[in-house]
Write a protein of this length. Sequence first.
Length: 406
Amino acid sequence: MEFPSLRDHNLEGKRILLRVDINSPIDPLSMEILDDLRIRGHLPTLQALEKSKVAIMAHQSRPGLEDFTTLEKHARRIEELSGRKVKYVDDVFGAAAREEISKLKDGEILVMENVRFCSEEVSDEVTSKPPVEQAKTNFVRKLASYVEFFVNDAFAVSHRSQPSVVAFPTVLPSCAGLLMEKEVANLSRVIESTERPKVFSFGGTKAGDSISVIKSLLDRGIADAVLTSGLVANIFLAARGVEIGAENMETLAKKKLDGQISKARELLEKHGERIVLPMDLAFQGDEGREEAPLADLPNRKALDIGVETIAQYSKVVREARVVVANGPCGVFESAPFALGTEELVRSIAQSKAFSVIGGGHLSAIAGSLKVAKSVSYISTGGKATLSFLAGEKLPGIEALQESQRR
Ligand code: 3PG
């Protein structure tokens, strides 16, 4: 995939608008940042821009959610991690932000307020328009006139068509940052590698998105085996006619995932031999973790895959040459039910395959098990990673490619 790179530009002394994705898990009580994986991901780009004047633009969460908050703490964390002085301005594109941008000296970094505080960034009326139209917003016009160059390092939000992601490349010389490049290179390697078998594991709660990716990977002949767990497994089990119990069916209905069962059924008919379903599941019993085989599932919420399944999945992962995992296998936050997810991450770390894990949960587990260094690549993307793997066009990347053609 071709797009302009930071390596091709000398940005020394230039005033840069840098879009990053530092959207992080936040403790709802203290509002402290719980995991700084995404912030650390941008350090190489900041290092590469050490002789530029850098104004950082980023978001945290979405309007209406409880972790929708200011970026002041993110700015402090960037300062700690980069070891450089970082200024913060509580303004997105108003006079205060523009004045701070114009005062920047070479080597200085400014973090501006959460870009989603700006209504033009999030209004459907704006985001439904093409990038050139989005560039006519006040927000883009005002900021663009204060900088000389746009660097997009925010792979994790590149699936969004929002002004901060897609509009600046239409009005400023632009390129991808080093994290953006690394994400695209590693995820492209997954898709393009000729090494087989290629194994994908999908769990977690974004089951609707996962089913679309699974369909695409199977239809395009990319996946040799898809290991299913969590809600994704429940959907496939229900599609195969396994009695998963009223409680698990209700959970699917509550999460509006029951409509996915017919899609899963079609996938099983077409690609059944490549879709691997659990053989047993784990539940909360009177004495703690209890397990049951598929033929004898209790009417209780499934909280993890069982040990037979864990052994089978580990074997498939060990034999893989390329392995990708997205989403935990169960309710890993509760120690007895972390077993499946931990064993999956351990077997990925032990495998000789080119391995990629995506989503914050698996990377946090790899960190706590101290095996993160044995995973070939940890993607900072959530939905963006899934969309990339599904072969979808990402507006943020398209905008960079388009800017190269102009
Ligand atoms: C993410 O967390 O996946 C990205 O930061 C994008 O966030 P969004 O889904 O709120 O656009």
